[in-house]
Design a protein around this ligand. Sequence first.
Ligand SMILES: NC(=O)c1ccc[n+]([C@@H]2O[C@H](COP(=O)([O-])OP(=O)(O)OC[C@H]3O[C@@H](n4cnc5c(N)ncnc54)[C@H](O)[C@@H]3O)[C@@H](O)[C@H]2O)c1
Length: 271
Amino acid sequence: MKRLTDKRIVITGAASGIGRAAAALMVAEGARVLIADLHEDAAAAAAAELGGEDGQAVGIAVDVMDESSVAAMIDRAVAEFGGVDVLCNHVGGSNPREDLDLLRLDLDEWDRTMVLNARSTVVASRLALPHMISAGGGSIINTVSVAGLAGDTLQCAYGASKAAVIRLTQYIATQYGRDGIRCNAIAPGAIMTPALRDNLPEDVIADIRHHNALDLIGDPEDIGWAMVYLASDESRYMSGQTLVLDGGLTAQSPIAASRRALLADEPGSAG
Ligand SMILES: NC(=O)c1ccc[n+]([C@@H]2O[C@H](COP(=O)([O-])OP(=O)(O)OC[C@H]3O[C@@H](n4cnc5c(N)ncnc54)[C@H](O)[C@@H]3O)[C@@H](O)[C@H]2O)c1
């Protein structure tokens, strides 16, 4: 038996990047997956490629910022699959040209980012929860970011909204655990996706790699496998947690990378 046989999964933002990789792994593990994305054509193409023939993957349009669109997404999952066992609130981001430091932050961008990352998670979870509860349980997986774990020089709306979702994850886990609902978050570090490539210059990506404990930048599948785990019953005893997958960025002391460079210069050093 595959790891996700009989699971009915909704994943937002799944036409591209991490979400698409996660959807591919979930289909391969036997789940039925609703691939929901702002870009309907890309969602339909992803579904056709990943599992179209036997209806294991279905692609639809959703705008997670619009409550009626999210309601239609959950209704469609129930119509297609008969229910929802797993909801992945995966869409997120901010506009790095407007989401700057506090004094230069565009307040409209603050509001937009809070809706895109935090309010959308509240809205979709509220709509999916009754279906999960009536089925005896379910798993909600919220994609956050290491940006929600510590301060940074820019993107304070992005970081604050992801921090809000980390705490929201604990509230959902607390309030619905007795209904069989698990809620966890995944905090990726830098992952090589179109969003990363479009928004960060190469030298910034190299700098992140320099500060990771591992000499790596993650691939979308590195997060996708964690989403498979949280969607599966293998994680049945885990709730309210944030799984950090960041190449060791936040595990090490902030001065570790410069120490490593200093040690490498010492005579007789293996580095
Ligand atoms: N890539 C990284 O390095 C990284 C790091 C930390 C966290 N994350 C988080 O991972 C998630 C996805 O990131 P990604 O890099 O895979 O992004 P991506 O840009 O590759 O994919 C995002 C998808 O979301 C869709 N989308 C955007 N706005 C939408 C909306 N309003 N409604 C529905 N769909 C919408 C896009 O069409 C796109 O297909 C986000 O929550 C992001 O904050 C990514």
